[in-house]
Design a binder for this molecule. Structure first.
Ligand SMILES: Nc1ncnc2c1ncn2[C@@H]1O[C@H](COP(=O)(O)OP(=O)(O)O)[C@@H](O)[C@H]1O
Ligand SMILES: [Mg+2]
Length: 241
């Protein structure tokens, strides 16, 4: 997997959410994306995943321009994402939710095989016993696990996770940690947005820091942590948002 963001910009009226952002992710990487509230993290993920079109610049995946593709086309090319607020179908069961991505992105596998894979993933995520329950009856943390499960059903090469730990019980957080490390070990890449500094410092091999739409640091976590520009950006930032 090779993803290149080449000087992408995104404006909303007078707000420059992304300001000529360039970034390359090659091979299997686990990238943490951090930055103060409103710095453009979600906008970056929305732009990579085709929900927003960049005003300027190019997004190149494995040598092909994807910056003008629709979200479902980007997903077909192997980029999957979760949302800051989960979007599971509340009136469908957990299992039905798991089968939706397989319908959207045909894998050529039979129904039995797809079903079997869904069970394996639900089991791994510790929610297999809930497979016949409606998604709306799940806790917030369990809904996040379901969304991670749906993502895996689409079998993407690059997984974009927007705040996967927010509001999640510590016990379920361990499961999410294990999910990320296991899937990464299978050769997949991640961009993970998180406000949970302890988790993201532990997990990432590389940290990218956004501030008012600019990348102000990009490197190993222990180097980025000491960067004066990063410390400056976080001064005055509310601890828990
Ligand atoms: N759909 C939108 N319409 C207008 N402004 C937006 C929209 N999405 C994001 N913004 C603005 O862009 C900036 C970056 O937002 P966002 O990417 O959500 O930040 P973060 O995820 O880092 O908290 C903020 O000023 C936000 O208000
Ligand atoms: Mg956000």
């Amino acid at each position: 997997m090779d993803l290149q963001l080449r000087s992408i910009s995104k404006h909303f009226g007078g707000i420059r959410a992304l300001n000529r952002v360039s970034l390359q992710i090659s091979g299997s990487q686990l990238v943490g994306l951090i930055g103060p509230n409103g710095s453009g993290k979600t906008t970056l993920v929305n732009t990579i995943s085709g929900i927003y079109k960049p005003d300027d610049g190019n997004i190149v995946l494995n040598g092909q321009e994807i910056g003008r593709l629709k979200a479902n086309e980007v997903a077909r090319r192997g980029i999957g994402r979760t949302f800051q607020v989960t979007r599971a179908f509340r009136r469908m069961t957990v299992m039905e939710n798991m089968l939706v991505p397989a319908m959207a992105i045909p894998s050529g596998k039979g129904h039995r095989e797809t079903h079997e894979r869904a069970r394996q993933i639900l089991n791994f995520l510790t929610i297999d016993h809930l497979r016949n329950d409606y998604a709306r009856s799940l806790s917030g943390g369990q809904q996040k696990l379901l969304e991670l499960g749906q993502l895996l059903m689409a079998d993407p090469e690059l997984l974009l996770l927007d705040e996967p730990f927010a509001g999640v019980h510590p016990k379920l957080m361990e499961t999410i940690f294990e999910y990320i490390t296991t899937v990464h070990a299978q050769g997949k890449s991640f961009i993970i947005i998180s406000h949970d500094m302890a988790s993201i410092f532990t997990l990432s091999q590389r940290l990218v820091v956004l501030h008012y739409g600019d990348i102000i640091a990009d490197g190993p976590p222990d180097v980025v942590k000491e960067d004066p520009a990063v410390i400056e950006a976080y001064l005055g930032e509310d601890e828990d948002d």
